[in-house]
Design a protein around this ligand. Structure first.
Ligand code: NAD
Length: 274
């Protein structure tokens, strides 16, 4: 299976597509990640919050793949933004994953009412300087929170992982990221299986290419320049979701997907959550 790569702002290379494992139990995550790695996936997106870092770690080891071919992301939870807590949370995640060096560590949410994400970022900068993580980034950061990090800290985030799908294309954040060399990673890239994929326009475009609605949406993301982490525990869907590197949407087809923008957020609003 082909896999496109992206070079992050510090030179580290990341797969354009990885497996997301939110709402997947430890045991299920182990199975899904192993299936995905067998199908050609090389990236996995977990978080302390998902309670499946152990299963992810077991699959990574069971796969027998060389460590440098894999790209593992995990995240710092909202109650651990104090610098000392963040450093301990990282150690605990690494113990559960069974890894020495992480590929990407993200602040899960800015939680602006707590007002501690700059502290949390300082801890991530320390881990990065010590070589314990190859790249550091954020998740759910608004333009305002990103500006504050850029103004007050030293390392520019490599990635901002945000809710992004055809119903919520995040034009403003994508433009801001492009201006500052931050990669855009899309969470809930398929709209969480909550009706997006049933829209007839996606099936119509797919039929022209011999592809499914899910594959059309993932292709749209890739052509926008996004990194994507679709979630599935179903082997046939895991395989389907990675089979998106052998076709191209035309400008008209991209525009037809762009037209689905409904300003519809499926998750919490990062300006107030946490
Ligand atoms: P998603 O958009 O990836 O949708 C997953 C759902 O879509 C599946 O449960 C299934 O119902 C359906 N699906 C998957 N493949 C399909 C296919 N080929 N055909 C038809 N239906 C299909 O939703 P998600 O899990 O919310 O997001 C993906 C990942 O993003 C998560 O697993 C997690 O890793 C990450 N995430 C991060 C945050 C964050 O705050 N940083 C929040 C949510 C999700």
């Amino acid at each position: 299976v082909r896999m496109d790569l992206i070079t992050l702002n510090n030179g580290v290379v990341m797969p354009r597509l990885g497996l997301g494992v939110w709402q997947v139990s430890d045991g299920e995550a182990e199975k899904a990640v192993l299936t995905a790695l067998e199908q050609g996936y090389r990236g996995v997106d977990t978080a302390k919050l998902y309670h499946n870092e152990r299963g992810v770690g077991r699959a990574v080891h069971a796969s027998g793949l060389p460590r440098d071919e894999l790209f593992v992301t995990t995240k710092l939870w909202n109650d651990e933004h104090d610098s000392d807590k963040a450093l301990r949370a990282f150690d605990a995640s690494m113990d559960r994953l069974g890894l020495d060096v992480l590929d990407l560590y993200l602040i899960h949410w800015p939680a602006p009412r707590q007002g501690k994400y700059v502290q949390a970022w300082r801890a991530l900068e320390k881990l990065y300087a010590e070589g314990r993580v190859r790249a550091i980034g954020v998740s759910n950061f608004t333009v305002e929170a990103l500006r504050r990090l850029l103004d007050e800290t030293d390392v520019v985030p490599a990635v901002n992982q945000i809710e992004l799908h055809p119903w919520l294309p995040q034009r403003e954040l994508r433009a801001f990221h492009a201006e500052h060399g931050i990669a855009t990673e899309a969470w809930s890239p398929l709209g969480q299986g909550r009706g997006l994929l049933d829209l007839p326009v996606l099936a119509e475009i797919g039929a022209r290419h011999g592809k499914t609605a899910a594959q059309v949406v993932l292709r749209w993301h890739l052509q926008l320049g996004n990194v994507v982490i679709p979630k599935s525990v179903t082997p046939s869907r895991i395989a389907e979701n990675i089979d998106v590197f052998d076709f191209e949407l035309s400008p008209e087809e991209m525009a037809a997907v762009d037209a689905l923008d409904a300003g519809r957020r499926l998750g919490p609003n990062p300006a107030t959550f946490g």
